[in-house]
Design a binder for this molecule. Structure first.
Ligand SMILES: NC(=O)c1ccc[n+]([C@@H]2O[C@H](COP(=O)([O-])OP(=O)(O)OC[C@H]3O[C@@H](n4cnc5c(N)ncnc54)[C@H](OP(=O)(O)O)[C@@H]3O)[C@@H](O)[C@H]2O)c1
Length: 242
């Protein structure tokens, strides 16, 4: 490892965030893990350290802007800077619109859109002061196509795509911006579905996922490029997914 980075990952307690932490930890980066399930995070940080890596765990709720700012500020205080902020935390309680699960719509918007914006607000001032930094957004193939039962989720991912692309257009070239859009990937995300018919349909839809490490490898590729190379978009899905 020639260029170890300080990498903050939101939603690191399971699925794609966890796999990204494990891979980047193995590659020699210092990973700062955030999520609400602190027991899981502590165990993951321990696993990374036991394998010779460097990791720390912090309780984080991305819906709370002050919490996200404190997460980033704390990393800068401890390490002097942040190299990469991975906006990964997300939720996907899918359902048809006519199920009218309005609380779940709000929750999805709070985590997937507001949470992303809070991450940008927390790290962007540090990146601007330092004249360097890299944002990675974990969006979805749902940022590129609308799926029945996933209308609100897809809307939040279209928004995540638009926000991240807008950030790229506005930002100084010293700040790199990557959107990674996964297809069906092994994780706990389908566990957030409460509506029985949707849960069954999605169980069938998600029958042949790819491992979360496939997405971690994409993050690793994007952040591993030279500072004048900006990998803007990666779509990664199972070869059989249409
Ligand atoms: N798996 C897929 O097929 C797939 C496909 C396309 C896109 N994605 C996207 O990939 C990202 C990761 O999801 P995943 O598939 O790995 O699902 P997952 O296993 O359910 O992981 C979601 C992560 O987000 C965290 N999270 C949820 N609400 C949070 C909050 N308020 N504050 C902080 N962290 C929060 C969870 O941690 P705590 O509960 O501990 O807080 C968990 O670590 C999401 O943005 C998702 O939309 C996934």
């Amino acid at each position: 490892m020639t260029d170890p980075k300080v990498v903050l990952i939101t939603g690191a307690s399971s699925g794609i965030g966890r796999a990204t932490a494990l891979r980047l930890g193995r590659e020699g980066h210092h990973v700062v893990l955030g999520a609400r399930r602190t027991g899981r995070l502590a165990a993951l940080a321990g696993e990374i350290r036991d394998a010779g890596g460097s990791a720390e765990a912090h309780r984080l709720d991305v819906t709370d802007p002050a919490n996200v700012t404190a997460f980033a500020d704390m990393a800068v205080e401890r390490h002097g800077h942040i190299d990469v902020f991975v906006n990964n935390a997300g939720t996907g309680p899918l359902s048809r619109l006519d199920a009218l699960l309005t609380d779940e719509w709000d929750r999805t918007i709070d985590v997937n859109i507001r949470g992303l914006l809070h991450g940008i607000a927390a790290a962007l001032p540090h990146f601007q002061r330092r004249g360097a930094g890299h944002f990675v957004t974990i969006a979805s193939v749902g940022a590129h196509e609308v799926m029945p039962m996933g209308v609100v989720y897809c809307a939040t991912k279209y928004a995540a795509w638009a926000i991240t692309e807008g950030l790229r257009l506005e930002a100084d070239p010293s700040i790199r911006v990557t959107t990674v859009s996964p297809g069906i990937v092994e994780s706990e995300i389908a566990g957030t579905i409460t509506e029985p018919a949707t849960r069954e349909a999605i169980r069938v839809y998600r029958e042949a996922p790819i491992p979360a490490d496939a997405i971690a490898a994409a993050v690793s590729y994007a952040i591993g490029q030279p500072s004048d190379v900006d990998v803007n978009e990666l779509v990664i899905r199972p070869a059989g997914q249409r």
